[in-house]
Design a protein around this ligand. Structure first.
Ligand SMILES: *Cc1c(COP(=O)(O)O)cnc(C)c1O
Length: 372
């Protein structure tokens, strides 16, 4: 396990204590406010966070839920997508995107990534559509919005829902609009390592669809909007008051944190421009929030070992593609050679708001030294 090396690292892949350190006094105050309120589930903090996050994303509604996976699968359920239906997803994504589809009993239809953006290739979506297709679920991978104009145009022509997996894209923009407002509905995760991270699990759905939001408010709370009256067979998936209060603090600083990440990314891009590593292409019209800084090289494993020996923490997002995971490997899948090649060549360098110019220069210098 690479985690074992953390205390020997000069530059951690990610240290969440350091991410949260600047907000400690405000977070403490928020937690104490909740503690004293005596109200811990579906109270004023969650209602306020939902208003603030909806406004931030530029949508009418935000519905807090327990995590990002629930956000995605509850959207599918609320739209009545289930057995006999198909949902198009990127082949190159975190497994939660796929699990959301399998949880509602629909068929997962993976589509290969574009060779340059490493995200779902719009020109390959159309050939995957059948009469059973109900939705496309693009992922704003590594913080960069997918090619949404192309995806929405295809969806409109085929009468499909567009459900954004925005778990890596809090604050990202496409044509100036925020992730979370680019489709019919979006699922967010507030897992601690995300750009807007809680101190535990959390998630949210954003949408401007009034009926969908109302249905989701019931679904997440035992199918109930009036206490002890259960209109549908719902689930228990709520964002709690404590996490909501913490997220309200961190939301105020999200744009500043994302701007620091963008500065780190700019420095990396400049410093690595004349090395053999390939860098991600951000689609025109898109503004990434740099959830991850991923480089690509056929010498990935050797580069990773070299950086580890130099005290630099790295990760692979993700080392095994979804269709090769035990959860899905027994099913028949189309050939996915682009995904498999990509997954054997990608490496995530340290990326966080607190990285200094010296940190970034050190990492870049070690990457250069490896190829020298
Ligand atoms: C983190 C993540 C999720 C799931 O979020 P959880 O809160 O961990 O359930 C879904 N999709 C993507 C792309 C993610 O990165």
């Amino acid at each position: 396990m690479y985690e074992d090396l953390t205390d020997k690292m000069l530059i951690d892949f990610l240290n969440l204590g350091r991410v949260n350190a600047p907000y400690e006094p405000a977070i403490r105050e928020a937690i104490e406010r909740v503690l004293r309120s005596g109200y811990y589930i579906l109270g004023e903090e969650t209602a306020a966070f939902e208003r603030e996050f909806a406004s931030y994303c530029g949508v009418k509604h935000c519905v807090g839920v327990a995590n990002g996976l629930d956000a995605l699968h509850l959207i599918l359920r609320a739209y009545g997508i289930g057995p006999g239906h198909e949902v198009i997803v990127p082949a190159n994504t975190f497994i939660a995107t796929w699990l959301a589809v399998s949880l509602v009993g629909a068929r997962i239809v993976p589509v290969e990534p574009d060779e340059l953006s490493w995200n779902i290739a719009p020109e390959r979506i159309e050939e995957a559509i059948t009469p059973r297709t109900r939705a496309i679920m693009p992922v704003h991978l590594y913080g960069a919005p997918a090619d949404m104009d192309a995806i929405r145009e295809i969806a409109q022509r085929h009468h499909l829902r567009v459900i954004e997996d925005a778990a890596q894209a809090h604050g990202a923009r496409y044509r100036g609009l925020r992730a979370g407002s680019l489709g019919d509905a979006a699922g967010f995760s507030f897992y601690p390592g995300k750009n807007l991270g809680a101190l535990g699990d959390g998630g949210a759905i954003t949408t401007s669809d009034d009926d969908l939001a109302e249905h989701l408010r019931k679904l997440r709370n035992y199918g109930s909007s009036i206490k002890y009256q259960h209109d549908v067979a719902g689930v228990n998936s709520r964002l709690d008051e404590m996490q909501s209060a913490v997220l309200r603090v961190k939301l105020q600083h999200l744009d500043a944190d994302n701007a620091r990440r963008a500065a780190v990314a700019d420095s990396y891009r400049e410093a690595l421009a004349d090395t053999p590593v390939e860098l991600i292409r951000i689609p025109d019209k898109a503004q990434s929030i740099w959830h991850l800084f991923v480089v690509r090289t056929p010498r990935r494993d050797a580069l990773r070992d070299y950086l580890t020996s130099r005290g630099i923490g790295t990760q692979i997002h993700y080392p095994v593609p979804c269709h090769r995971q035990g959860a899905f490997a027994h099913q028949a899948w189309p050939e996915l050679p682009v995904t498999e090649r990509l997954q054997s060549q990608i490496l995530s360098l340290p990326m966080s708001p607190y990285l200094s110019a010296d940190d970034v220069a050190y990492v870049a210098a070690q990457v250069k030294a490896f190829f020298a």
